[in-house]
Design a protein. Structure first.
Length: 267
């Protein structure tokens, strides 16, 4: 089985991952990948925004580490990317980040909803017991649709992240999902199959089969990502993700260079 590129992996600069880019690259070669992409958590303008991303002054160091991994492993294509937090008031900052280096792609992710709550944080899990779960899902997808409509990203990360700890909506959210996917289609933004969900309480790939089916029907492209926070997580459950994508009807996935998409067949 030829593996599609693993486009979602992190480095120690974000303070909650292990493994340097060159170590990920060495492991990727062992696993049989021909292409990967490093996509660590983007910095914010202010370094005290939170404690799970690189500092602003570490961005050049991050890029240098990816470049050195590229030099160490010339047989492997290593894309230079970031997982960028989308917040409605950070659009100018995201544009600024885009000019700093010749990125291959940006993964746009919503982790934060209003009130500064990063809904996937294991340290804020108790907030889920005190919220209206349906309100969180609605606000999350509203932000995700804004992220897709912004055209700032090539890929949208883990599109149904609120399910991480098992909190499912009690209402039909199909209209919210459709609005998000229409925005993806309008801006030619792909969505990722992110296998980290299988390692969380929800025990399911992000996003769900239902969302993938709607994405396929609307002609939205896909990519694959393990969301690895250690080299050993690289390519995790890719066989399951590829199987799911094919069952849903996808025949190809996106690859990115210089922020431009090409399609490669899913084998
Ligand atoms: Zn992370
Ligand atoms: Zn993320």
């Amino acid at each position: 089985m030829a593996l599609p590129a693993d486009y979602h992996m992190h480095t120690p600069l974000c303070r909650h991952a292990t493994g340097e880019p060159t170590e990920y690259a060495a492991h990727a070669v062992r696993l049989g990948f021909t292409e990967i992409g490093m996509s660590d958590h983007s910095p914010m303008r202010e370094d005290n925004f939170d404690d799970w991303r690189m500092r602003n002054d570490q961005l050049d160091e991050y890029v240098a580490k990816v470049r050195s991994a590229q030099r160490d492993h010339p047989q492997l294509t290593i894309r230079l990317a970031l997982e960028v937090d989308f917040l409605p008031d950070r659009v100018e900052w995201i544009r600024e980040l885009a000019t700093r280096h010749p990125w291959d792609y940006f993964i746009g992710s919503v982790h934060y909803i209003s009130g500064g709550w990063d809904i996937d944080s294991p340290f804020k899990r108790e907030l889920w017991d005190r919220c209206d779960v349906d309100v969180v899902w609605a606000e999350y997808f509203d932000r995700l649709a804004q992220a897709a409509a912004s055209g700032l990203f090539e890929i949208i990360g883990h599109a149904d992240l609120p399910k991480k700890f098992g909190h499912m909506p009690t209402r039909d959210i199909t209209p919210l999902i459709a609005k998000f996917l229409d925005a993806c289609k309008a801006t030619d933004t792909a969505i990722e199959l992110n296998t980290a969900g299988l390692r969380k309480d929800c025990k399911e790939i992000y996003p769900s089969r239902a969302i993938l089916e709607l994405a396929h029907a609307k002609g939205v492209a896909i990519t694959f990502g393990s969301d690895a926070h250690a080299p050993a997580e690289q390519g995790a459950d890719f066989a399951a993700a590829i199987k799911l994508a094919k069952e849903v009807g996808f025949k190809s996935c996106g690859k990115f260079a210089g922020r431009k998409r090409a399609q490669v067949a899913l084998l």
